[in-house]
Design a protein around this ligand. Structure first.
Ligand code: XMP
Length: 513
């Protein structure tokens, strides 16, 4: 495995993911972790990467690492700030750049023996730096330069210390993956054995060792994370697992049935299905404000779950959660801004109570989303769930503008089915981040048959996105929009008008509430 010391780079997660793409396990750890601790905590560590970061090594309070890390016992790759730190720690010199360099550049390869093996002459890289190494430490040699940066990559082959001023982890560095593979396979001698299969085997053994023959409760939402957690626990402890699924009344059409069937019939997992719709509708009576809606739903969810949990507490010492690695990295602030390494309890199921008297197990907490999907596939979770588009915890309630009543939920469910079906039929489901219907609280005039109608409007929203932080409205083909619109108007009696949302995020958000 490889550890990545986090100096606060915006790309630190990306570095970890790139390493894992080479089928080698990686973890992000605080930048000041000592070599001794690294070796103790990760006896299998074969390489260390120093991430980039926003600081300047010239600043007095610049974040440092344990200098022992460079003692030659473990290969090190310093990226950007990491390279500057390596150079300055070992007696080289770093200067404030006269011009800051951001964006694409060309590197000329001076030595393609190990780190740059397979690279020739010149290749495109991604730069993002202010400071520059102007003098290498003793015994280092230059392996790459650019027009503006004389020392863009360095090596000390005997001790296996390497530094690159650019970012091999970002896609704009055209041959970045080859550089990473060279480091991982050739320099660190890692073997590509970290796969979803090996993860599952290990996770099952760990769960068995932790849980023994005690019982585990798992809150299920039907999304990929909680479903994969449940499938994993089922494989590990079988009958000692019970899943709680709370139907708040705002699920998609037939969704609750589908989830029940999948768990009971396919996985043969004991599931406690709680139809709490009535309670939720009551709590939302007259509620129009989006924030109040979310709050009420969140609180009610906690109340329902807590009551059930209390009832089962003596029997179930463990509670399983679908926390993922990005949640852990982001909430632990392992980077430069590190204070106490505190891991926030993160919840997938519409927010569980902060403090519950359970021992928590989070079997996915070292995985990225795409890895969870692979693990899901490995465990037999159907594609329909593994590749499901995100669905908000509060469900359709935040897609019904105005008070979410049972009648309105029914209208939206019917319109939403049409959107799902047509998007899937057009082969666009996986390409889109999300596609869904929103029920607007306004009525407009229409004409159907020979009759005047006065009915509700559906807005269709479809977006593309990488991570939901930003999103673009999808340029759906007119034919798809046409069939969505005519089917909704024909099939959903309460609708006589369909509009398409053409707003990006920002300034709009993906969901309407
Ligand atoms: P916005 O509307 O903020 O949504 O652009 C960004 C992404 O987050 C999803 N979303 C939620 N997911 N619980 C969730 O699990 C929620 O309360 C929630 N609200 C929004 C949304 O669907 C989109 O993918």
């Amino acid at each position: 495995m490889i550890v990545i010391l986090d100096f606060g780079s915006q790309y630190v997660e990306l570095i970890a993911r790139r390493i894992r793409e080479t089928k080698v396990y990686s973890e992000v750890i605080p930048h000041d972790t000592t070599l001794k601790t690294i070796k103790e905590k990760y006896p299998k560590v074969q390489g260390i990467i120093l991430s980039g970061g926003p600081a300047s090594v010239l600043a007095e309070d610049a974040p440092k690492c344990d200098p022992e890390i460079f003692n030659g016992t473990i290969p090190v790759l310093g990226i950007c700030y990491g390279m500057q730190l390596m150079a300055s720690t070992l007696g080289g010199e770093v200067k404030k750049g006269i011009t800051k360099e951001y964006g694409k550049a060309s590197i000329l390869i001076d030595d393609n023996f190990d780190l740059f093996e397979g690279l020739w002459l010149e290749t495109t890289i991604w730069m993002s730096h202010g400071d520059t190494v102007v003098k290498m430490p003793e015994h280092f040699h230059k392996i790459g330069h650019t027009n503006t940066c004389e020392i863009a990559a360095i090596a000390q082959t005997k001790k296996k210390l390497y530094g690159v001023q650019f970012h091999p982890e970002v896609v704009h560095t055209v041959r970045g993956m080859e550089i990473i593979k060279n480091f991982v396979y050739k320099i660190c001698n890692c073997v590509p054995v970290w796969t979803s299969k090996s993860f599952v085997t290990k996770a099952i053994a760990e769960i068995k060792a932790t849980v023994k023959d005690q019982k585990v409760l798992c809150a299920l939402s039907g999304g990929v994370d909680s479903t994969t957690v449940a499938a994993l626990l089922n494989a590990a402890i079988g009958d000692n697992l019970t899943c709680v699924f709370i139907d708040q009344g705002f699920m998609r059409k037939n969704e609750a049935e589908r989830i029940k069937n999948l768990f009971e019939k396919k996985f043969k997992i004991h599931i406690i299905y709680m139809d709490a719709a009535e309670r939720f509708f009551k709590k939302l009576k007259g509620v129009v404000d989006p924030e109040l809606k979310r709050k009420r739903i969140g609180e009610e969810f906690i109340r329902v779950f807590e009551a059930k949990a209390k009832e089962l507490k003596s029997e179930y010492p463990f509670l399983a959660q679908g926390t993922l690695y990005p949640d852990v990295i982001e909430s632990a602030t392992v980077g430069v801004s590190k204070t106490a390494v505190k891991i926030k309890t993160h919840h997938n199921v519409g927010g569980l109570p902060e403090k519950m008297d359970f021992k928590i197990i989070e079997p996915l907490k070292k995985l990225f989303k795409d890895e969870v999907r692979k693990v899901g596939v490995e465990l037999g979770v159907p594609d329909e769930i593994v590749y499901r588009q995100p669905f908000p915890g509060p469900g359709l309630a935040i897609r019904i503008l105005g008070e979410p009543t049972p009648d309105r939920v029914k209208i939206l469910q019917d319109a939403d089915v049409v959107v799902q079906e047509e998007i899937k039929k057009a082969g666009l489901y996986r390409e889109l981040w999300q596609a869904f219907a929103v029920l607007l609280p306004i009525k407009t005039v229409g004409v159907q048959g020979d009759e005047r109608t006065y009915k509700y409007t559906i807005a269709v929203r479809a977006v593309t996105s990488e991570d939901a932080m930003t999103a673009k409205w999808a340029h759906l083909p007119y034919e798809v929009l046409e069939s969505i619109s005519s089917r909704i108007i024909n099939e959903v009696t309460d609708i006589n008008r369909v509009v398409y949302d053409i707003s990006n995020k920002p300034p709009s958000t993906i969901e309407w509430e």
